[in-house]
Design a protein around this ligand. Sequence first.
Ligand code: KET
Length: 448
Amino acid sequence: MAGTFMSAQVRRIATLAAHFRVPSVAATGERRLQAFATMANTSVFENVQQAPEDPILGVTVAYNKDPSPSKLNLGVGAYRTEEGKPLVLDVVKRAEQQLVAEKSRNKEYQAITGNQQFNKLSARLILGPDSPAIAKNCVATVQALSGTGALRIGAEFLAAHYAKPQIFLPMPTWGNHNKIFPLGGVSQKPYRYYDPKTRGLDYEGMLEDLKAAPDGAVILLHACAHNPTGVDPTEEQWEGIRKVIRSKNQLPFFDCAYQGFASGSLDKDAYAVRSFVADGGECLISQSFAKNMGLYGERVGALNIVCRSAPVASRVDSQLKLVIRPMYSSPPVHGAAIAAAILEDGNLFKNWTVELKGMADRIISMRHQLYDALQERGTPGDWDHVLKQIGMFTFTGLNKSQVEFMTREYHIYMTSDGRISMAGLSSRTVPHLADAMHAAVVGAKSKV
Ligand code: KET
């Protein structure tokens, strides 16, 4: 047991060293000694390596440096209006006004697990108002630093308390998953998900890989609007996936960053999660309010752990506090208060669903406009996937050199895997994007 713990620690140190690009413990130690010995005018951080930019957030850094007036940022998944501006939802403004007017509000520390009212309403939003798991107090919910924070708390909890801290991630997946889990102490493996040939789900491959994964393994599932592919299983396929996972006593970990953004309906987008909770089995669910409430920088999210019984959920909750307290003590007040105000007030909630549907519909209309623009230009290839894919992103199929060409020649910024954020597009910028895609595809063809 102690041996296993030690080797887990050694693995974690190696993961940390690789992540932070520390050459090797021995090499750094030696260089450090040399630095002390010479007492030269060098920094004690002389050996710190230059780290690369983040593959997603680094796109915005590059975009910000570009002086071109026609530049376009389709990298990060952040909603923009038709005018290309960030959007603060009307309900968010109204909730904030209410909060400011409440004389009794203060800036005291929150509980370690955050705003309890927010936690309750957040769990209800994903699990549904009639969820038996909630009624039986089987869900431990903690406020988290948005979706990323929820995933990280989940990883740290699993590393400490779950017998099989190994997670299977879809191929491809959101780039940060590959870092969050190993750094949180959970090793990772891929499972087949996307088939580039059909630009759809590799359902058979996925089931084969889940069947081949060990009993009890943790399986990461995108609740809806899979990022980056925009490819989701059908309800029938979810049923097949659920059966395999349950038959192997595997533990589903849902990442729910886009509830309401896929279909425009909060309930429809919760289908997969609710079907897994309805069978009485256990799971983890991370939630983000970054996209669906536009609260990106407020860092509002939650981690839910659905357990088989209330006493287990209560003990899990107590352990989550031990994860959170030494990490950041307790979460911030403001964003969760906004979300709670919207979730608890019938009127605000209704208005929120209207605004959310408006955002989802605008993204769908961008899909049609881009598709039509490519057809008009006669861009070689089949572009049906622009219409079919779900959520914020189109996984275009453009390769790295085509992406580089579009950035260089057209000042269009996107991730190197060819993902474009449809939410960053507007009727005004669609022709520019279509021109760039056309040129990239035609250029690449003539080079072959
Ligand atoms: N899960 C998924 C699948 C996801 O796409 C994101 C964000 C998150 C979690 C975390 O979001 P948070 O803001 O921590 O609640 N994705 C976009 C932003 C980013 O990379 O941070 C993106 O893919 O562009």
